[in-house]
Design a protein around this ligand. Structure first.
Ligand code: FES
Ligand code: MG
Length: 607
């Protein structure tokens, strides 16, 4: 099959997806094609090569991105798969985001990466695209862009890293980074220990080795049908030979997709997303994945708005937590992989899944599960405890909870990963607020000996929402005040409008919306000593102050904002004057329950 984007022998096909490209460059479409062809020939391609289906491979390698360190080998393997199947593989770069090297936050750049991905897929003459990503924000950005571009896509993740070891104990990024750092803060680990741990916490290339955001998104991509189920696409370690065979197979599938032209807006249905949310709950996935899922679904013209936070909560109520991985449980991604990975989990969850949902092979999820050979682990296998049987769950239901009642949650909701709570008595709790107005205030006072705080206090951190602290930092894991940590307190109820790393645990309420920078936000007017009531079971989050008091405080705060007062609280106002990408981000970003995407990128279009 000739690729019409290069073929001069046939009349131009001016319909379909290539239209924009054919007409854009030089006005005259035949001349544009002539130019395109002479320039691609400068790369040494033959007529034969150019007559093949063209598979684009998105290269997100960066020397600043250890989670993507294996991408050069993966590209080689994808190309092998493409070329063995009669296609032509052409790789091209987009930006790469690593959690630790994307200041101010990787979330700030996720939408930029999605725009880069969408536009480069649109701009270039590809018949299908392999999206290689892995680190937390990369796979969501690629899928958001991929859905908007709507050319056939298939995902390939870089795969999780291996666990390391410290004094005979397995460790891995990043749950153990946080636990050990907390121990160092509490004085139970010394500087030599924490330095030795630093050498071992990320011992290989690949994504964080627990059920953090990267692993959660890998499982979700597979549940959405966007990676092959016949291979351990979501869980094979980054450094395994299996990962390279998956890459080769991905190339093969990409050629088939180039021919079938199965596009993401066609492949993805409401049922695909319901399956993804079921998996999210069953793996005890990252709270960040909720934000990403909302952004992803809202890119889809037919599905935008039909899947909401409420859907996530409803599915949670009937979905048990089955996968025993940190931070909700004890194990690492390699254990999940060795225990059978996603294929085993999907068999366990079968009664909850929508089996008619389509996958990239052109077969439904039900057909794939029926046709891919699957042998459960022997009953006495020590790995049996990693994927629990459906009727013996690790946590009965609602690993991730959406709060929707009470004056702090009824407007835009809030989210908590209940299964990662360390002190489950805090899941129903009333206590006085200790309020920090932002990360700087927190840093200055959290460890102060004078801080008026007890273990039953509720720590509130304001101004870390999408607009208030552009990029919505993962600062929701407010540290336990040093004086309480030293006494052995390991968990407290903590509330913010920010995010938390998927690898973190604790009783932590996140994504409160509208964010506190919004002049109308209730979170924004909470003061020290206000009594907070939280009830996970009732989905309830409330500050015990009257409606009139709230109104008065909101009006007072608005006046202060207009006068430019109130440390850092005027982000809402100053965003009109910010330049560049920061200005674009602050003006256009929507709230967490909508996905923290730019309004103009959503299927609903410009605001
Ligand atoms: Fe890349 Fe954790 S830092 S996946
Ligand atoms: Mg993370």
């Amino acid at each position: 099959t000739a690729n019409p984007d290069y073929d001069l022998s046939k009349p131009l096909d001016l319909d379909g997806v290539g239209l924009r490209q054919k007409l854009a460059s030089y006005g005259d479409p035949h001349f544009s094609l002539f130019m395109r062809k002479l320039f691609i020939k400068a790369l040494g391609y033959s007529e034969d090569a150019l007559s093949r289906p063209i598979v684009g491979i998105v290269n997100t390698y960066s020397s600043f991105n250890p989670c993507h360190a294996n991408i050069p080998q993966l590209i080689d393997a994808v190309k092998r798969g493409v070329q063995l199947s009669g296609g032509l593989a052409i790789d091209f770069p987009t930006i790469s985001l690593h959690e630790s090297f994307a200041s101010p936050t990787s979330m700030y750049l996720r939408n930029l990466m999605s725009m880069d991905t969408e536009e480069m897929i649109q701009a270039q003459p590809v018949d299908s695209v392999v999206l290689i990503g892995g680190c937390d924000k990369t796979t969501p950005a690629q899928l958001m862009g991929g859905i908007s571009a709507n050319k056939p896509i298939i995902h390939l993740v870089t795969g999780p890293m291996m666990p390391g070891s410290f004094q005979g104990v397995r460790i891995g990024a990043c749950t153990d980074c946080r636990n050990n750092w907390a121990n160092f803060r509490a004085g139970t680990l010394d500087i030599e220990d924490i330095s030795a741990l630093n050498e071992e916490l990320a011992p290989t290339a690949g994504t964080c080795g627990v059920m953090g955001t990267a692993s959660t998104m890998s499982c979700i991509l597979l549940a959405l049908g966007l990676m092959p189920l016949s291979l351990p696409s979501a869980t094979a370690p980054a450094v395994s030979s299996s990962r390279l065979r998956i890459a080769e197979a991905t190339g093969t599938h990409a050629v088939a997709l180039a021919k079938s032209q199965l596009r993401p807006q066609t492949l993805l249905s409401r049922e695909s997303f319901l399956n993804a949310i079921t998996v999210l709950q069953a793996v005890g996935g990252s709270t960040n994945a909720i934000v990403h899922l909302m952004a992803i679904v809202n890119r889809h013209p037919q599905l935008a708005g039909s899947i909401t936070l409420q859907t996530i909560d409803e599915i949670g109520r009937k979905t048990p937590l089955l996968v025993d991985l940190k931070p909700s449980g004890d194990n690492y991604m390699t254990d999940f992989h060795n225990a059978g990975g996603m294929l085993a989990l999907l068999h366990e969850l079968k009664s909850l899944l929508h089996l008619k949902a389509m996958t990239i092979t052109g077969r439904t999820l039900g057909e794939e599960l029926a046709h891919i050979p699957f042998r459960p682990l022997p009953l006495d296998s020590p790995l049996k405890s990693t994927i629990h049987p459906f009727n013996q769950p690790l946590y009965p239901a609602s690993s991730l909870i959406v709060l929707s009642k009470g004056n702090l949650a009824s407007a835009g909701g809030a989210v908590i990963k209940a299964s990662a709570s360390k002190d489950r008595s805090l899941l129903s709790h009333t206590g006085p607020a200790v309020v920090f107005s932002g990360p700087k205030d927190l840093a200055e006072r959290i460890d102060s000996a004078n801080l008026n705080v007890t273990p039953s206090s509720v720590l509130i951190l304001q101004n870390i929402g999408p607009v208030g602290n552009p990029g919505m930092p993962e600062a929701g894991l407010i540290p336990i005040p040093r004086k309480l940590a030293a006494k052995g307190v390991t968990d407290m109820l903590r509330i913010s409008d920010g995010r938390m790393s998927g690898t973190a645990g604790g009783t932590i309420i996140l994504h409160v919306s509208p964010e506190s920078a919004d002049p109308e936000s209730v979170l924004g007017v909470i003061q020290d000593g206000d009594v907070i009531t939280f009830d996970a079971e009732g989905r309830y989050l409330h500050v015990e102050i009257g409606e009139e008091v709230i109104r008065r405080r909101i009006e007072q705060r608005k006046n202060m904002m207009m006068m430019g007062e109130g440390c850092g609280r005027s982000a809402w106002i100053v965003r009109e004057k910010e330049r560049g990408y920061r200005g674009l981000y602050m003006r256009e970003v929507n709230q967490a329950e909508q996905g923290a995407d730019f309004g103009f990128l959503t299927a609903a279009g410009p605001k």
